[in-house]
Design a protein around this ligand. Structure first.
Ligand SMILES: CC(C)(COP(=O)(O)OP(=O)(O)OC[C@H]1O[C@@H](n2cnc3c(N)ncnc32)[C@H](O)[C@@H]1OP(=O)(O)O)[C@@H](O)C(=O)NCCC(=O)NCCS
Length: 205
């Protein structure tokens, strides 16, 4: 069960907690993103320092919702939802990474639950989109469970080490989800956020 901790800013499920990213997390997030399995799932070039990661986040000056998953004091996951400016204000793009020693323990799903609830209930986005490497079956499977659909395939989209990788673009359209109506997960997410609106979207998320 997902519930708010005593401080009212941390969501807890079993051994893991979710809270908003803080600037002091940058070193841990930088190290997480540079783990081999995370690098494998990443389309952009690696960050070369914690400061590089920090300045990248700071330079995205539109609305953003960034969270980390923690296990005791260790950061075991990072999810970022970044809203586009101007006439794409209704759209956010998603990034998701879990510490490689903690894969397959439900942390990705936990981060997704909170991010999607924020997209629906706080940011009120109509569309969330992402790009994922075609062979990343674990991630694709997870995204599908949260209502994402493959929109297109882009061959030779980016270079990764010595090869070119093919990607899918995926999106989740809020309107389609509400049409489903009986989506149990979504109703539970909504309930969690209706009674606890502490997770705000002000900087530095
Ligand atoms: C993708 C990622 C975020 C998933 O995080 P996670 O914490 O391992 O995910 P969860 O444990 O919540 O769920 C994994 C699910 O995928 C399933 N899975 C595992 N391997 C799989 C595979 N090869 N194919 C399909 N599904 C798979 C698991 O069974 C699990 O499903 P279940 O909850 O029904 O048992 C994580 O693997 C990761 O950080 N990868 C590297 C970075 C990355 O690729 N990010 C995505 C960029 S688009």
């Amino acid at each position: 069960m997902l519930s708010f901790g005593r401080d009212q800013t941390t969501l807890r499920q079993d051994k893991y907690a979710i809270r908003q990213r803080e600037n002091s997390d940058s070193q841990a997030i930088y190290e997480l993103l540079n783990q081999p399995l995370c690098r494998q799932g990443m389309l952009s070039d690696a960050f070369n320092s914690a400061a590089h990661f920090q300045s990248w986040v700071d330079n995205i000056d539109t609305n953003k919702f960034n969270i980390v998953a923690t296990h005791e004091t260790v950061i075991v996951g990072f999810a970022g939802l970044f809203v586009y400016p101007e006439n794409r204000k209704h759209v956010g793009w998603l990034a998701l990474f879990v510490h490689e020693e903690f894969h397959n323990r439900g942390i990705g799903a936990l981060l997704m639950r909170v991010v999607i609830a924020a997209a629906d209930r706080v940011l009120k986005l109509r569309r969330v989109e992402l790009t994922v490497i075609c062979e990343n079956h674990r991630a694709i499977d997870l995204y599908r469970r949260f209502g994402f659909e493959i929109e297109g395939r882009h061959d030779c989209f980016a270079r990764r080490a010595d090869e070119f990788v093919d990607v899918y673009t995926m999106s989740r359209i809020a309107e389609k989800m509400s049409r489903v109506g009986g989506d149990f997960t979504r109703r539970k997410q909504a309930a969690a956020f209706d009674s606890n609106s502490e997770l705000q979207t002000s900087a530095p998320l």
